[in-house]
Design a protein around this ligand. Structure first.
Ligand SMILES: Cc1ncc(COP(=O)(O)O)c(C=O)c1O
Length: 384
């Protein structure tokens, strides 16, 4: 049996798979077991911002693995201390406490629990249509897509959905029992949807007036993806809870919730065995250092503009619109995206869907102009 057959035989059939077996990566490139090269515009779904096989992250992991891999959270730890201090220094002002976990969904679960605690009996959450926050029961309850939620009814009660980027509808949905509003700053899986310039300022003001907490999910947008370290910076946004994961540790599983002054969690009310383990913390410190030293936020902003200049003016007739912020790019087609993703794969480009008609590009932020030129060329050919 080959690897694909073994995967299919023994793994649950959860993921719509593509017909290649990836075995190696470097920067923005990946190779399959037959030696074919691909330009990666998926980055492990927005994880590999610092590039595949990043040597700084690899060295940090190797050193930490030989020093201390695991450390129960009932003890203090040197690398965990350095990471939480670093996260607080980087974050929007006022987010000065950190909870560390292992994934995006876990980060959302924690934020929901923390908001319930701070809400003093308030238990409702207002979320956005097309929003995606993960697959565990709480995160799933905040996720819009019916196909994801329906088989698991009843999900956690009290989650309501209003159209993204419609402040009036959001405002009308908030009442005295609302604990928090949960939003992505740019919707990723929902189709790369970028809100209008005033939306988040209005949301933030509403939260202050009504004493409702604001949970911002930067699991996909965080760590330079949109041309800023955090997308919150585009809107002057200071949430009460900021959820992070994906790119935080250069590819090692990790999540985090950054908490503002209204959040108070007592011993025993939440926890995680692996959360904040030294291996992930050292990888995160190395990945964040790399992002800062290499100015990946500015690089993402510049390369995003570079891509748009080459691809979008003019875009091929089959394209309905192109939405882009940094290196988070959505190409909305007038028809289904799936066959074009297959064609792109044949042309050596790995891209993602975001809803039925959107091709989403989330390349590693170390991608270079020549590689982006190849992506543009392949897109033009595939979409011809
Ligand atoms: C915005 C957003 N929130 C939450 C999640 C869930 O993260 P994870 O898959 O690590 O649980 C994702 C994953 O795609 C995401 O894009």
């Amino acid at each position: 049996m080959n690897y694909q057959e073994i995967n299919e035989l023994y793994e649950l059939n959860i993921y719509p798979r593509r017909n290649i077996t990836l075995v190696r990566g470097s920067g923005a490139l990946l190779w399959d077991d037959l030696g074919n090269e691909y330009i990666d515009c998926s980055a492990g779904i927005g994880v590999a911002n610092v590039g595949h096989a990043n040597s700084d992250v690899a060295a940090a992991i190797s050193h930490q693995a030989q020093t201390l891999l695991t450390c129960a959270n009932v003890f203090f730890n040197d690398v965990r201390a350095q990471l939480v201090e670093k996260l607080v220094q980087m974050a929007p002002p006022g987010l000065d406490r950190v909870f560390l976990c292992n994934s995006g969904a876990e980060s959302i679960e924690a934020a929901i629990k923390f908001a319930r605690l701070a809400g003093g009996g308030r238990s409702r959450f207002v979320c956005a249509t097309r929003g995606f926050h993960g697959r565990t029961m709480g995160a799933l309850s905040a996720t819009f897509k019916k196909e994801y939620r329906e088989p698991f009814q009843p999900v956690v009660p009290g989650f309501e959905f209003v159209p993204f980027n419609d402040f009036e509808k959001l405002s009308n949905a908030v009442n005295e029992n609302t604990a928090a509003i949960i939003l992505e700053p740019v919707q990723g899986e929902g189709g790369v949807r970028i809100p209008g310039p005033d939306y988040f300022q209005n949301v933030q003001n509403l939260c202050k007036e009504r004493r409702v907490l604001l949970i911002i999910d930067e699991i996909q947008t965080g760590f330079c993806r949109t041309g800023k370290m955090f997308a919150c910076e585009h809107y002057g946004l200071v949430p009460d809870l900021l959820c992070l994961a994906k790119a935080i540790a250069g590819g090692v599983p990790m999540g985090a919730v950054l908490c503002g002054g209204r959040i108070d969690v007592k011993p025993g009310q939440h926890g995680s065995t692996f959360g904040g383990n030294p291996l992930a913390c050292s990888a995160a410190l190395a990945a964040i250092h790399f992002m800062e030293v290499k100015n990946l936020a500015i690089r993402a902003a510049d390369l995003g503009d570079y891509f748009i200049e080459r691809f979008a003016i003019p875009w091929p007739p089959i394209v309905r619109s192109v939405r882009q912020i940094g290196l988070m790019i959505g190409i909305e087609l007038k028809e289904r995206a799936q066959p074009y993703l297959v064609r792109l794969l044949e042309l050596g480009i790995l891209a993602l869907p975001a809803g039925p008609t959107v091709i989403r590009l989330l390349p590693p932020l170390v991608i270079n102009e020549a590689q982006l030129d190849r992506v543009v060329q392949a897109l033009r050919e595939a979409l011809r």
